[in-house]
Design a protein. Sequence first.
Length: 252
Amino acid sequence: MDIELKHDPAAASALSSSADKRLAPQTKRASLSPEIAFEEKLKQVVVAGDRVLDAGCGTGKFFGMEFARRTGCQLVGIDLRENIGVNLGIDFGVRAELNHLPFSNASFDVVNCRLVIEHVDFPNAVLKEFYRVLKPGGRLAIFTPNLLHYFGAAASLTPHWFHVWFNSRVRGFDENDIFPTRYRANTRRRLRALFLKSGFSRSDISLVEGAPSVLAFNSLLHRLGLTYEWLVNRYDFLSGFRLNIIAVGYKD
């Protein structure tokens, strides 16, 4: 997991709770966390009985789609990790590259791509593969960091060794969950263009801000992060600078 990668909702809540208590009422957050907001979007996108491809599913350590399994969906996971078999949230898993999916055309109703697209070298090729394996009427759901947020900007400007050090030493993550990032699809404008280029007829893209838990190691930086959070949530013209992108592409 890289510096901008998989946030732990429980850890984020714990790290920022004490600061929240000191905030004036008008600066307290009222919106859902990015992770929960994406989960709610997925619940709108996934229909009972769908066949779902979880692209970059990993070991299931951070996220799952239990709600989809409860509605009779079949969950197929794909990842390059050798230990994909420990992921109990999928019905079966396949080890393969996302730009060469080992599935026939029109195989899935939904592709879930959560905190993955920022790691790929050729996002256009990956999105074209997602489009190919989706059935007519299929949906591609993407959750990814925003390059225009200070979090994504800092991650894109710092080397991988720093990401490993920061996430393992400061944030307490396992080094096996830290991967290099590319950020080649990580603005609203760039992602919308990639959707169109890959064949999707339309896309729905929104941005959501999250708690500045990554700054909790320093009280001053954390308070600045809380102010930033309030500003980008308060003013719509600053929405392009929020933490995460939630996007859904639709195939006719």
